[in-house]
Design a protein around this ligand. Structure first.
Ligand code: AMP
Ligand code: MG
Length: 415
């Protein structure tokens, strides 16, 4: 049986970015750029003032102090969005506001607070060296400079930078279309009548949301029945997508047909079974290079195998050069006994306590127990060989869902 790391190592090569598309900047949030993006123009595009005050020639006010102010005549005004100011004659000042263009010849700003206006004269009470409070053309970004590298993710900050450069369309990696094929005679859709023995196909709703949250495009198929012809027909449809995820039918039960269906259809099995709990009977296969992953039907197993094995692969496919979640170090709140042999991905609730993160494992850790995912913000990684973990022991945890939140502001202690 493979370790999680070995399973990932066999899966990742099958997930490469799918090529690019061009999208409007307003539709680009969360996407990964597929090309370097360079600046169209200098930013700022023109010298402008960082403060409200007066534009001056620094040499004219070099001797100004509180006790020996310099009086200079006021000539004109420059405001943000206003007409461009003319040249500042030596020995004069120009009223200026934040963001407004510097007049030609002016090289410094004296802030309003260091001046006194007297009719058409201004008393300057503070010297201002050349460049003071001036945002020089190109000081943020020079035209042609690389703004973002291929593989960068577009967050609001990145979107702001591109917007400031009037870049309205960006090249991003295409979203993979991922088929979700659930299997099981017992499955019904939301709102259906549930006769005895039937259950709601919760996996399809969970996996659809997990895919969407990653940035992939889910393609949910109607659940297939536990019969070879049904599963094969559904697989044929599913293989129109870029990636196929099946749930259920991967165990050794009499009605577990996933593997046989894979074989009949020429979907080549890479591995079956990983040393993890939950999620052991996960299968990875490929159809002509297209990844097909069979996850167990148990809802918790399906979620955990998705997060641990499938999510990093899909992130890579989405264009993320760093697709692996990085765990935080946390302390276990309580002791925990377990059967060793597999890495366990336990569900927990993590919170800050002083300098540390403390994690309480959920009471319910069964692989079919959906309440064991409610309120969970940490997937706690328990090493495979440990039978007993002590309270206070350090473990690694992947933050999940809402991450670390609390009812108390972290700013309260700062005065
Ligand atoms: P299987 O992997 O098909 O043996 O299913 C394992 C368990 O998960 C069984 O109790 C199934 O009823 C349940 N199960 C399978 N598929 C789903 C699904 N799509 N949604 C919710 N539960 C499921
Ligand atoms: Mg089944």
């Amino acid at each position: 049986m493979r370790s999680i790391a070995e399973a990932l190592a066999s899966m990742l090569p099958a997930f490469s970015p799918l090529g690019e598309e061009e999208v409007h900047l307003t539709k680009s949030s969360g996407r990964y750029t597929s090309r370097d993006i360079v600046a169209r123009f200098d930013s700022p595009a023109f010298d402008n003032s960082a403060m409200d005050g007066y534009a001056v020639r620094a040499a004219d006010v070099a001797t100004a102090t509180e006790n020996t102010p310099v009086r200079l005549p006021l000539r004109g005004e420059s405001r943000a969005g206003g007409a461009l100011p003319g040249t500042l004659e030596p020995g004069t000042v120009c009223r200026i506001f934040t963001g407004a263009a510097m007049p030609m010849g002016a090289d410094a700003i004296v802030i309003q607070e260091d001046t006194e206006r007297d009719g058409d004269q201004v008393e300057i009470r503070h010297a201002s060296p050349a460049g003071q409070h001036v945002r020089a053309q190109g000081s943020d970004v020079a035209a042609g400079a690389v703004l973002l590298r291929a593989g960068d993710r577009l967050w609001p900050g990145e979107i702001g930078l591109l917007a400031s450069q009037n870049i309205d369309r960006v090249h991003v990696f295409r979203r993979p279309k991922v088929a979700v094929l659930t299997t099981g005679d017992e499955l019904r859709e939301l709102g259906d009548d549930l006769e005895p023995g039937a259950i709601v196909n919760s996996n399809v709703y969970v996996l659809t949301e997990m895919l969407r949250a990653l940035g992939a495009t889910p393609m949910a198929l109607p659940a297939a029945r536990d019969s070879l012809p049904d599963i094969e027909a559904a697989l044929r449809k599913a293989l129109e997508a870029d990636v196929v995820i099946t749930t259920g039918g991967v165990s050794v039960g009499a009605y577990d047909f996933a593997q046989e269906a894979f074989e009949n259809m020429g979907i080549e099995l890479g591995f079956w079974k990983v040393r993890m709990k939950p999620g052991k009977p996960v299968a990875f296969a490929q159809y002509d290079g297209k990844p097909v992953i069979g996850v167990p039907g148990n809802p918790i197993s399906a979620m955990v195998t998705f997060e641990v094995l499938i999510a990093p692969c899909l992130r890579k496919m989405l264009g993320d050069p760093q697709p692996h979640p990085q765990p935080v170090v946390a302390r276990l709140r309580d002791s925990y006994r377990r059967r060793p042999g597999r890495v366990e991905i336990a569900r927990g609730v993590a919170a800050r306590e002083g300098d540390e993160i403390v994690v309480a494992l959920h009471d319910l850790q069964g692989s079919g127990s959906l309440p064991s995912f409610v309120g969970v913000n940490a997937l706690v990684i328990l090493p495979q060989d440990r039978a007993e973990l002590a309270a206070g022991e350090r473990v690694e945890a992947i933050l999940w869902g809402p991450g670390l939140t609390g009812d108390r502001s972290c700013f309260e202690d700062l005065s």
